[in-house]
Design a binder for this molecule. Structure first.
Ligand code: MG
Length: 388
């Protein structure tokens, strides 16, 4: 049964955090009136809470689809794009081919240069919701609609938000004791430097553990190469985002001058962002982020990665979990999938926001059963949604 979309609703969902993402405030870091902090070492703004933008699409027949995208700052920007522009071109459409709707919406503003940013984040939320409807209408999971996928994905533990290097190593070992064998730390909060952090984690976790470093796009190519060389004796799994995202020549230089695998791509929005890099740069791993790309573009980037022999290990900003479920659904179908990020500091406290049996335990994601995404906001989450 298919039915046209009748309504598009946009909400924010905000969840307090005990510890800010990437850990407690460091010297020179303060919370501003909007609840934002700037990390001094990567010059990037983060909220002191978790917040995402959710969309609810309802068809004339009453089928509901949920989507989600980034709301960490300026959620009203995404909401305005949907409410003012995109909703009017989604209402009346039938979700039998969400990718075709995605392309129609993308083309509405392409000629004006809106090929990324908040505009495409808004598209991602709608795309996820349309795929959810398509699954519910077909009585099948999104991964089945995409051709079938696995129901388990290896997970790596990402982010160690503790104050000291020793405490971060203890936290990693805590997760190792719970069955996880792969880890990633963030170099901007490695207070004694990335090499010391890698040395500490290697000592705590042993030679078999996979340990990656997220370098947060915060270096020139020469600076990145020096840091990677310093980490190399401790056998990094991969080095992520080594140079400024605009610096494609720098990425090219780094990828050709180190044998440590380089991972990039969470901030990309479309396959175009990947195409302009893959011919020049020796990229080992791409890390599509569902909240920026939607199911349509994660799938397309995954296909391009398979064509080029590049591994896929998706990024995971969990939010309320809707876009994480979408990411697992799409990722599970990709030929060169090697794992998926696990943001435990967001996933664990936010479990009560979601219904469905999606889980991450003993080193693996367990994909949810059921049609569509297999998850939906819990009653508590529904009570806390703020229309925007
Ligand atoms: Mg990252």
């Amino acid at each position: 049964m298919t039915s046209p979309v009748a309504t598009v609703e946009v909400f924010t969902l905000t969840q307090p955090r005990q510890t800010p993402y990437l850990g407690a405030l460091r010297p020179g870091e303060a919370v501003n009136p909007n609840g934002y902090i700037v990390r001094q070492r990567n010059r990037t703004v983060y909220p002191t809470f978790d917040r995402s933008v959710l969309v609810r699409l309802t068809t004339q027949a009453g089928t509901v689809g949920w989507g989600e995208t980034y709301g960490i700052v300026a959620p009203g920007a995404v909401a305005a794009i949907i409410n003012d522009l995109l909703a009017g071109f989604v209402i009346g459409r039938v979700a039998t081919d969400p990718a075709a709707i995605y392309d129609d919406l993308y083309d509405l503003m392409r000629v004006r240069g809106y090929t990324g940013g908040f505009y495409v984040d808004a598209l991602a939320a709608l795309d996820i919701a349309l795929w959810d409807i398509a699954g519910h209408e077909a009585g099948r999971s999104v991964r089945d609609l995409l051709g079938g996928g696995t129901d388990r994905i290896p997970a790596y533990v990402s982010g160690l938000p503790e104050k000291t290097m020793a405490a971060r190593a203890d936290l990693a070992r805590h997760w190792q004791d719970r069955g996880f064998s792969a880890f990633k730390f963030a170099t901007p909060v490695a207070d004694d430097g990335p090499a010391a952090e890698m040395d500490s984690l290697r000592g705590a976790l042993g030679p078999a553990a996979k340990i990656a470093a997220d370098m947060h796009w915060n270096q020139t190519a020469d600076e990145a190469l020096a840091l990677i060389a310093a980490m190399a004796p401790f056998d990094p799994w991969f080095a992520e985002a080594p140079v400024y995202t605009e610096d494609i020549a720098g990425l090219e230089a780094v990828t050709h001058r180190t044998d440590i695998p380089i991972a990039v791509g969470e901030e990309w929005r479309t396959p175009w962002d990947m195409r302009m890099r893959i011919d020049r740069c020796r990229i080992a791993i791409v890390q599509p982020e569902m909240g920026h790309k939607g199911i349509t573009n994660v799938t397309r980037i995954g296909a391009l990665a398979a064509d080029k022999g590049i591994d896929v290990i998706p990024h995971a900003t969990v939010g309320a979990g809707i876009f994480l479920a979408a990411s697992l659904q799409a990722a599970s179908t990709l030929p060169t999938l090697k794992g998926h990020e696990f943001q435990h500091s967001i996933f664990e406290p936010n479990r009560q926001l979601l219904q469905g049996n999606m889980d991450c335990r003993e080193g693996q994601y367990h994909l949810p059963d059921g049609p569509g995404l297999g998850v939906a906001p819990s009653d508590e989450a529904l009570r806390r949604l703020q229309p925007i």
